[in-house]
Design a protein around this ligand. Sequence first.
Ligand SMILES: *[C@@H]1O[C@H](CO)[C@@H](O)[C@H](O)[C@H]1NC(C)=O
Ligand SMILES: *[C@@H]1O[C@H](CO)[C@@H](O)[C@H](O)[C@H]1NC(C)=O
Ligand SMILES: *[C@@H]1O[C@H](CO)[C@@H](O)[C@H](O)[C@H]1NC(C)=O
Ligand SMILES: *[C@@H]1O[C@H](CO)[C@@H](O)[C@H](O)[C@H]1NC(C)=O
Ligand SMILES: *[C@@H]1O[C@H](CO)[C@@H](O)[C@H](O)[C@H]1NC(C)=O
Ligand SMILES: *[C@@H]1O[C@H](CO)[C@@H](O)[C@H](O)[C@H]1NC(C)=O
Ligand SMILES: *[C@@H]1O[C@H](CO)[C@@H](O)[C@H](O)[C@H]1NC(C)=O
Ligand SMILES: *[C@@H]1O[C@H](CO)[C@@H](O)[C@H](O)[C@H]1NC(C)=O
Length: 396
Amino acid sequence: MPSIHSLAFIFFLFPLFIFSSLAVDIKNYGAVPDGETDSTEALQKAWTDACETENDGATIEIPEGSYLIGPVMFKGPCKSPNLSIHLAGALLAKEDLNLYKPNWIEFQYINGLNLYGPGKMDGRGGAAWAKNGCRQTDKSDCKTFPMNMVFSFVNNASISGITSIDSKYFHVMVFSCKNITIDSVTVTAPGDSPNTDGIHIAGSENVLVQSSTIGTGDDCISVGDNTVNLNVTGVTCGPGHGISIGSLGRYPNEQDVVGLTVKNCTFNGTLNGVRIKTWQNGPKYLEVRDLVFENITMNDVDTPIAIDQKYCPSRTCPSNLKPSRVKISNVQFNNITGTSAGKTAISIVCSDSFPCDDVQLDNIDLRYNGPGEADATCINVKPKIIGTVNPVDCAS
Ligand SMILES: *[C@@H]1O[C@H](CO)[C@@H](O)[C@H](O)[C@H]1NC(C)=O
Ligand SMILES: *[C@@H]1O[C@H](CO)[C@@H](O)[C@H](O)[C@H]1NC(C)=O
Ligand SMILES: *[C@@H]1O[C@H](CO)[C@@H](O)[C@H](O)[C@H]1NC(C)=O
Ligand SMILES: *[C@@H]1O[C@H](CO)[C@@H](O)[C@H](O)[C@H]1NC(C)=O
Ligand SMILES: *[C@@H]1O[C@H](CO)[C@@H](O)[C@H](O)[C@H]1NC(C)=O
Ligand SMILES: *[C@@H]1O[C@H](CO)[C@@H](O)[C@H](O)[C@H]1NC(C)=O
Ligand SMILES: *[C@@H]1O[C@H](CO)[C@@H](O)[C@H](O)[C@H]1NC(C)=O
Ligand SMILES: *[C@@H]1O[C@H](CO)[C@@H](O)[C@H](O)[C@H]1NC(C)=O
């Protein structure tokens, strides 16, 4: 019978042996699940070894318990063609903002990644939010803070069963990625926490977000430029600002947004439901097209359906700006029902220069929660009306 000490000795001497048996346990690298011991280096080294192993299917194990973790960079390309991270425990972020350059947990240049729960990533953003000046009227103190998880240049990845808590800034960022599935994730932050967007997707293609629950202080899911083929289904949003495409049309290097479906979703008490927002005075022509918003329930949502091509968050924009140069076309709103908290349940304000084309409203029933009836505004757009659409104002 080998003693426990000699077993430990074998583990210590032959970590490669452990890799070929698939699991890379961060506790074997010195991580301590007490929520206090700095386990950053252990996690970082576990990644380096897992990434270097040529075996298929290396899995980093993060067992139950809480681990204090500073910024970590999971960078490829890796020799292993198929890496997994099994997050069973909870990662706790450090609060000192000076440590971050600039994000918390980053994944870069990886092909084939499977990050799965049921663990948590707690960004402990409370102290940082208080220093966020982005909501001041002059925004002079508007810095960006660390995001909980950033995926850039990552392909063929699945992220599932993870809970992201109280990020200091956006919770999840997907940038320049291909074929990503985000499934059964939970995102939580208080409704008044600044810039805590749930999932931001930009410059990416073939992304699926499904069966997830997102409550934050900002957008539930936001979609940046150059996004192609994104599906969102079975997502519950609230509190927060809803699902947004944009803002777009502000910078000269932006590319089109093409092919987005949002289906089977519920919005609960959000500021907007589904929204497209574009700036005026844009430097270049851009297209947003082939979008379907279908089978969506709105509960107490300020503006359930919104296209805003005069987007101006500060509300102090000059009145003589050139109309938006973003062309929006082929957008379907099908089967959207529930209640609005604002009187204007549908607000479709398109560009004077590039009116919206092929906008369809099919089976819409939105009722105002307050006194009187809900109304709808449609400017520079002639929507095709199918079935019963309430409020009716855009039909004429
Ligand atoms: C990747 O690894 C997982 C186990 O971690 C395994 O189930 C799967 O078959 C592997 N995929 C490929 C393409 O090798
Ligand atoms: C994704 O994986 C597929 C199947 O293994 C592979 O053919 C493809 O090249 C990968 N995609 C990218 C963008 O690496
Ligand atoms: C997409 O990625 C998954 C792994 O998450 C992989 O199994 C699948 O083959 C990829 N699909 C394509 C078309 O590359
Ligand atoms: C999105 O849905 C469309 C239509 O159902 C499908 O053709 C496409 O492959 C899906 N894309 C992703 C990334 O799930
Ligand atoms: C919407 O939900 C229905 C019933 O659960 C399901 O059959 C359908 O595939 C879902 N649609 C999408 C796009 O996930
Ligand atoms: C509509 O979405 C709800 C979830 O919000 C789902 O339960 C239902 O099955 C969906 N219906 C269809 C026809 O997709
Ligand atoms: C909607 O939000 C309210 C207020 O935050 C909450 O009480 C309620 O449980 C939520 N409903 C659902 C279905 O999530
Ligand atoms: C339309 O929405 C209602 C209520 O949410 C739902 O029961 C029905 O299945 C939906 N139908 C389609 C085709 O999405």
